[in-house]
Design a protein around this ligand. Structure first.
Ligand code: CDP
Length: 217
């Protein structure tokens, strides 16, 4: 059984960076599952400026490898539509098998995989031996997202970024299909006062502790 490390949490809490670094450190494959929802939204947006539910669901069903390499997937606009797409059960169902397969048969013969998203520990891989739930204050997350957008040269306004993040959190937490919440057996990691290196060291410590405590791993 490949090792699965599940990392969930709200927008801009630092999951992506952590997941990438943990995967590199542990020699595991990494899947940013948010990218699947972003790519779904972008595919539908390429057809219509305001896609309806049916179009978003159709996009999820026909998503293919090259769609994940599309330019602009990380923009705020695509992120907002990704969050709408993610509330649709049809979209989630269409993306489920790919994620489970990635975890069960990690690419390049890796011994396991790190998956980051919103529902990895609760829905996609409920049996993962290691589950992290990464959080940070709204302000810390907005500051990071704002800096990230600026460094990419995207126009960004701090107050708008903060508002957008809260709207997205609400939509992600309140939806009926796979809402954002920690799995019962997840370890919560608060990165508000941690820099990237400190967060990584703390996550690594938690992962190693869980692995030595968990006979399934
Ligand atoms: O980078 P950020 O955290 O803002 O977003 P992301 O992780 O790329 O995810 C984009 C959107 O996809 C989120 O707002 C969620 O609504 C949705 N998502 C989800 O529902 N389930 C996942 N496993 C991953 C993302």
């Amino acid at each position: 059984m490949p090792l699965v490390v599940a990392i969930d949490g709200p927008s801009a809490a630092g999951k992506g960076t952590l997941a990438r670094r943990l995967a590199a450190e542990l020699g595991l494959a990494h899947l940013d599952t948010g990218l699947l929802y972003r790519a779904t939204a972008a595919l539908a947006l390429a057809e219509r400026a305001a896609p309806d539910d049916a179009l978003l669901e159709a996009a999820a069903r026909r998503l293919a490898g090259p769609d994940l390499l599309r330019a602009g997937l990380r923009s705020e606009h695509v992120g907002r539509w990704a969050s709408r797409a993610a509330a649709l059960p049809g979209v989630r169902a269409a993306l489920l098998a790919f994620q489970r397969r990635f975890a069960a048969e990690p690419p390049e013969g890796r011994a396991g995989a790190v998956l980051d998203g919103r529902d990895i520990g609760t829905v996609i891989c409920p049996d993962a031996p290691v589950k992290l739930y990464v959080v940070a204050s709204d302000e810390a997350r907005a500051r990071r997202r704002h800096e990230e957008l600026q460094s990419r040269g995207e126009p960004a306004n701090y107050a708008a970024v903060l508002q957008d993040l809260r709207d997205r959190d609400r939509r992600d937490s309140e939806r009926a299909a796979a809402p954002l919440k920690p799995a019962e057996d997840a370890v919560v990691l608060d990165t508000t006062d941690l820099d990237v290196e400190q967060a990584f060291q703390e996550a690594l410590r938690i992962v190693r502790e869980r692995l030595s405590a968990n006979p399934k791993a």
